[in-house]
Ligand binder design. Structure first.
Ligand SMILES: NC(=O)c1ccc[n+]([C@@H]2O[C@H](COP(=O)([O-])OP(=O)(O)OC[C@H]3O[C@@H](n4cnc5c(N)ncnc54)[C@H](OP(=O)(O)O)[C@@H]3O)[C@@H](O)[C@H]2O)c1
Length: 265
């Protein structure tokens, strides 16, 4: 894939592929909302998926401390390839003993970033997002999370900041303070459209989560192509984070995304 398929993340200088590899399924198979149960791929399979993603032109990896062993595994699996990948991780959600808990305090954010750096075996993180529990505005006001992340960006530990949001107000406030928001946007769920509109107007970036409705695809003749046409039909979308551990699906998704992103400029 040529480098002109890459897209900018706001004005950060980062360039990302229109499809990112979502790595929940590399690290966690408990308390997830996928249609069918699955086994976490072993190292050989995970390595193959990463190599395939790279061959298909993907340079963006999305992970989080809440995705079980995802960060730690990626640190080993991408050893020697740090320069190829743009790593997006998160702060605020922890998944322990089969349950999520949230901590958005500045102390925890700083601790979490240090831990992500160690787990990912790197000295910088490309993108760091606050992993919201749904109370987006409350989190932003009460804890000043984006100020903390923006300070770490100034210190050179992070290149882009943002929040994975669940509300329109939270998404827009995030884009006013940071570079990007991660939002749900698919054929079934379009309630956060105003955030995408705002990003398009203001030159900010949107990462789409659940672009394939977490596998609960709508019926139709070609739901993957229809999903990608829908997702990339909005000019605010920078990249769709797709979570697959099936190489055939990964290929199919890239072809569909490539077509949709070409057609929609
Ligand atoms: N920040 C947040 O709060 C948040 C929340 C959710 C997700 N995310 C991020 O977004 C990523 C994607 O979200 P997601 O995994 O919930 O949703 P998704 O990408 O919409 O859906 C993934 C599911 O769809 C299936 N799938 C993928 N391609 C397919 C195809 N071509 N045909 C049929 N089924 C297909 C996958 O199964 P197979 O493995 O069998 O292909 C998987 O079960 C996550 O990995 C994560 O990085 C972030």
């Amino acid at each position: 894939m040529s480098s002109n398929w890459l897209r900018p993340v706001a004005d950060t200088g980062l360039m990302i592929s229109p499809v990112g590899f979502g790595t929940v399924k590399l690290g966690r198979n408990e308390q997830v909302k996928y249609p069918t149960a699955f086994d976490i791929p072993d190292d050989a399979k995970a390595r193959e998926l990463l190599a395939l993603a790279r061959d298909l032109g993907i340079n963006l990896l999305d992970t989080a401390p809440a995705y079980g062993t995802s960060e730690e595994r990626l640190g080993s699996l991408i050893k020697g390839q740090r320069d190829h990948w743009v790593i997006c991780t998160k702060v605020g959600e922890e998944f322990e003993n089969g349950q999520s808990r949230f901590d958005f305090t500045p102390e925890h954010i700083r601790f979490s970033i240090e831990r992500s750096l160690k787990r990912l075996k790197t000295d910088y993180l490309d993108m760091v997002l606050v992993h919201s529990d749904g109370n987006d505005c409350d989190i932003l006001e009460r804890y000043g999370c984006l100020e903390v992340l923006n300070d770490l960006k100034k210190a050179g530990l992070i290149r882009a900041t943002g929040m994975s949001t669940k509300t329109v107000d939270g998404g827009i406030r995030t884009l006013q303070q940071a570079d990007c928001a991660m939002v749900t946007w698919n054929l079934n769920e379009q309630g956060e459209k105003a955030v995408l509109d705002y990003a398009a107007q203001q030159g900010k970036s949107i990462l789409v989560k659940k672009a394939l409705a977490s596998g609960h695809l709508v019926t139709g003749s070609d739901p993957v192509q229809q999903s990608m046409d829908f997702v990339f039909g909005h000019p605010g979308v920078t990249s769709a984070i797709l979570g697959t551990i099936n190489p055939t699906h990964m290929r199919q998704n890239i072809i569909a995304a490539q077509w949709a992103s070409l057609v929609n400029g």
